[in-house]
Ligand binder design. Structure first.
Ligand code: BEZ
Length: 212
């Protein structure tokens, strides 16, 4: 599989998981999804990531985002590892972990980067929109755990910009002012964004978050 790019259709698959057989499209339904890979079971950084992800599930639910993790070990191994995660992270892993022993899904999503490690997946993230297009890809090395606050932040931006003619500036957080899309004129922006438009430069126009 060639590298997945933004706007590509996320390939469907059926795979074993910690909660039984799972089909990606059935699992996502008509909501959003986040698919994230882990190098291997019983590894320290992954243990912290999965514990953290479980604690964030309520926030993903609020945004209608289904969570799906992946590791290249089998389902029986995942179930043993989940006991450890629940114990040391004081949580309950509350979403499926794909058991990708044959690396079918890892290959489909290009999660193994042979020059980093020939057998383990890197820390990939794919955010998938309701129309099954890929809206975000991220790749972190095995040695760096991901920031789940940042994943929620980017989902907020993706969901806002899917519905409004805006973009979000550096370090933006939900509720802060946003950038008017360069595709619309300042004159039109003033009609659309009734809370006001500040023209800092002809190409840099700010407006309050239209959803707040
Ligand atoms: C970890 O999850 O801690 C990890 C996995 C593979 C290599 C390095 C760290």
């Amino acid at each position: 599989m060639a590298t997945l790019r933004l706007g590509d259709i996320a390939p469907d698959f059926t795979a074993d998981s910690s909660t039984g057989t799972i089909n990606l499209y059935d699992y996502l339904g008509d909501g959003w999804g986040i698919l994230f890979s882990h190098p291997a079971d019983f590894t320290p950084v992954c243990t912290t990531e999965l514990g953290t992800a479980s604690k964030f599930k309520g926030e993903f639910d609020k945004r209608n985002v289904k969570m799906l993790a992946l590791s290249v070990d089998g389902a029986a191994s995942h179930l043993e590892w989940i006991k450890d995660i629940n114990e040391v992270q004081e949580t309950e892993v509350n979403f499926p972990i794909i058991a990708d022993e044959d690396k079918k899904v890892s290959d489909l999503y290009d999660m193994i980067h042979p020059n980093a490690n020939s057998t383990l997946t890197v820390r990939s993230v794919f955010i998938i929109a309701p129309d099954k297009t890929v809206k975000l890809t991220l790749t972190y090395p095995a040695s760096t755990g991901r920031n789940f606050h940042e994943l929620l932040r980017v989902i907020d931006s993706l969901q806002l910009t899917a519905n409004h003619k805006v973009a979000t500036p550096a370090n933006w957080k939900n509720g802060e002012n946003v950038v008017v899309s360069p595709a619309i004129s300042t004159e039109d922006a003033k009609e659309i964004f009734t809370k006001g438009v500040e023209e800092i430069k002809p190409y840099l126009r700010m407006t309050p978050d239209p959803t707040v």
